[in-house]
Write a protein that binds this ligand. Structure first.
Ligand SMILES: *[C@@H]1O[C@H](CO)[C@@H](O)[C@H](O)[C@H]1NC(C)=O
Ligand SMILES: *[C@@H]1O[C@H](CO)[C@@H](O)[C@H](O)[C@H]1NC(C)=O
Length: 175
């Protein structure tokens, strides 16, 4: 019910005016067995990254993504969307989707490739910014916090092998 209300409200807002996203902060943690360098920074609403991957990421790693929203006048963040997916599987099955467009947008500004497994090596991302075409138009104004947790095995169990986690903070403004 809340979701429907949010979407309806969002549609009304987004019909009114286009919007913009500003990235305020990004913070990542790594498993040092897999990454020797993981420097991800947000400057001027763009993200720059310098990554040294020590060993190939074999198919089967998963991303647990949690998006939280704090509306303009609210004190606390609320969970908006949570998903848990096998990256390689998603990449091979979804040929045209929002996920695919995000991956394409990121690869344009970097030497990342859309392949699996992900070979060891040096990766960079240069001043990538969020293209508004990638943002669902029903999103509301407010502060967003996105947490992406990448791992092998089973989430939050003893069988989980942590690879990397990034938390991105952004604000969405509907003008
Ligand atoms: C991380 O990247 C930023 C932006 O490119 C750079 O200014 C900074 O020196 C880097 N830090 C390290 C520890 O390499
Ligand atoms: C950030 O943007 C400001 C204003 O457009 C510019 O003066 C500054 O050089 C930019 N900083 C970087 C690191 O790109």
């Amino acid at each position: 019910m809340l979701k429907v209300a949010l979407i309806l409200a969002g549609v009304l807002v987004s019909l009114a005016e286009p919007s913009s996203v500003s990235l305020s902060r990004v913070h990542c943690d790594k498993n040092p067995k897999f990454f020797s360098t993981l420097n991800v920074t947000a400057v001027n609403s763009t993200i720059t990254a310098d990554i040294e991957l020590l060993q190939a990421l074999k198919a089967g790693f998963r991303g647990h993504v949690d998006v939280q929203l704090r509306l303009s006048n609210a004190k606390n963040f609320q969970s908006l969307v949570q998903s848990d997916t096998d990256y390689c599987e998603l990449l091979s099955t979804l040929k045209d989707s929002l996920f695919r467009r995000w991956v394409k947008s990121v690869t344009k500004n970097s030497n990342f490739m859309e392949n699996c497994p992900v070979p060891a090596g040096h990766y960079y991302l240069k001043a990538w910014h969020v293209d508004m075409g990638l943002v669902p138009s029903y999103l509301l104004s407010g502060d967003y916090r996105l947490r992406a947790f990448v791992y092998y095995g089973k989430y939050r169990t003893k069988k989980q092998l942590f690879l990397v986690q990034c938390i991105v903070e952004a604000s969405m403004h509907n003008k």
